[in-house]
Design a protein around this ligand. Structure first.
Ligand code: PLP
Length: 432
């Protein structure tokens, strides 16, 4: 008998949290690390939100509260969703969670029985795939294609749907690619889902990047497509829109009050409730007219950085990078660099037990981190299944412009440093 239950081994992770200790160890050697690994905006929480949170603490709004979420916030969320998605959202179908992440696993536990199929994008937010084996469901990745700028259409979705499809995760704007499907593509996806799935499916539409869109584009949600409000769980939160990842406020709008009540009960079992002063801060974030400027300034900065980084990466031989339409990541194809530096050959010559834990893009990621002090994320951090032959990195642009410029220079130098790469491999350290 082992101490930990077997299912614990089935849970994967989010590597963005795991490379922190490596970065700190390098910084302790007084080396400056360019952090292109971070999944959080590098801006302070807007003052108008901070003021409200402080005011709420001074009012002693620091006790247990409604486990479903305080009514003022649920009403603000319902109003925001009704106005921006053209639906009839109500506060009794909204549940507040400690971030937009918890509903991912909680939904899989709540809707999926062993053998049910869960469809999700790859590359995609790692937690979608992470939970599937844990709940005994079957993973069905949809591989988003670089040549389609990592969008998803009806024709991509159709072949993976079966009568066993229980949950379908979609995420636009997307982490890690910044891809955004068009309203026409969303309509196609909605049509194909409604034609092919039994009535008991749920689309989990992860819209945490709803406010971070470039070139003046507007956000579109699958929930606005005809017939989809009754099958869609819409998830979002304050982490990205308001640069408030530590606030731990996310929410989901469920199709029925009954489902919302089931999740309220999960909240009672797991969390009791979410800090009420932060919920009131989130309410202010959604309602204050000051939110428009705060979001606009952040998005403008991200857009300028996106242009800088995409151009910079495309100027490096062996790297090809699409221009993302939203979020704050770029997702370059590094196959050429891997070929030029001999990364593929180095990977093939590793012992099988090491090969299993790494990949060509991981070797380049680690080479960049330990030899050039640029922190990035490898391809397999965004879905492992079927990704063995795909060579990409994710770079976050949530880092100041000067650092990004330095990072680009270092990547350009690293991508020509075959000798350096060979000696990095020979050290047999930090290969995954
Ligand atoms: C696509 C996606 N969904 C959910 C989350 C989780 O957000 P939160 O910090 O609100 O839990 C993230 C965070 O990186 C994300 O990228």
């Amino acid at each position: 008998m082992s101490l930990l239950a077997k299912r614990v081994e089935l849970l994967d992770t989010e590597n963005a949290f795991k490379i922190g200790p490596y970065i700190r160890a390098i910084e302790e050697q007084v080396k400056e690390v360019i952090k292109c690994n971070l999944g959080e905006p590098d801006f302070p929480v807007p003052d108008f939100i901070k003021e409200e949170v402080k005011r709420q603490i001074d009012l002693d709004n620091t006790h247990y509260c409604d486990p479903q979420g305080v009514l003022s916030l649920r009403k603000a969320i319902a109003k925001h969703l009704s106005e921006t998605r053209g639906i009839q959202a109500t506060a009794d179908r909204v549940v507040v969670f400690p971030g937009a992440k918890p509903p991912i696993g909680l939904c899989q536990q709540t809707y999926c029985d062993p053998g049910d199929e869960v469809v999700y994008p790859s590359p995609g937010f790692p937690i979608y795939e992470s939970f599937i084996a844990y709940v005994g469901a079957r993973p069905v990745p949809i591989h988003l294609k670089e040549e389609k700028n990592f969008t998803l259409s009806g024709e991509d979705m159709a072949p993976v749907l079966t009568h066993k499809t229980k949950m379908i995760f979609i995420n636009f704007p997307s982490n890690p690619t910044g891809g955004v499907s068009s309203p026409e593509q969303l309509r196609e996806i909605a049509d194909v889902i409604q034609r092919r799935c039994s009535d008991d499916f749920r689309v989990f539409s992860d819209e945490v990047y709803e406010n971070i869109l470039f070139d003046g584009a507007k956000h579109h949600s699958i929930i606005s497509c005809p017939g989809m409000e009754k099958g869609t769980i819409l998830v979002s939160g304050v982490s990205k829109s308001f640069s408030w990842t530590g606030g731990r406020i996310g929410w989901a709008l469920f199709p029925t009050v009954g489902e919302a009540e089931a999740f309220k009960n999960l909240n009672i079992n797991y969390f009791s409730c979410i800090p009420p002063y932060n919920q009131e801060g989130a309410c202010t974030a959604l309602e204050s007219p000051l939110r428009h400027d705060a979001i606009h300034n952040m998005v403008e900065t991200f857009q300028a950085r996106r242009d800088l980084v995409v151009d910079g990466l495309n100027a490096i031989k062996g790297i090809r990078c699409q221009k993302p339409k939203g979020a704050f990541y770029v997702f370059p194809n590094i196959s050429g660099v891997c070929e030029n530096l001999g990364v593929m050959d180095a990977f093939q010559s590793l012992p099988p037990n090491v090969r299993q834990r790494t990949s060509p893009s991981t070797l380049f990621q680690m080479f960049l981190l330990f030899e050039y002090q640029v922190a990035t994320m490898d391809r397999k951090s965004f879905g492992r299944i079927g990704a063995e032959h795909l060579h990409y990195l994710r770079l976050s642009i949530a880092t100041d412009t000067e650092s990004l410029k330095k990072g680009l220079k270092r990547i350009a130098t690293a991508s020509l440093d075959g000798e350096g790469f060979r000696s990095f491999i020979e050290k047999e350290k930090h290969l995954y």
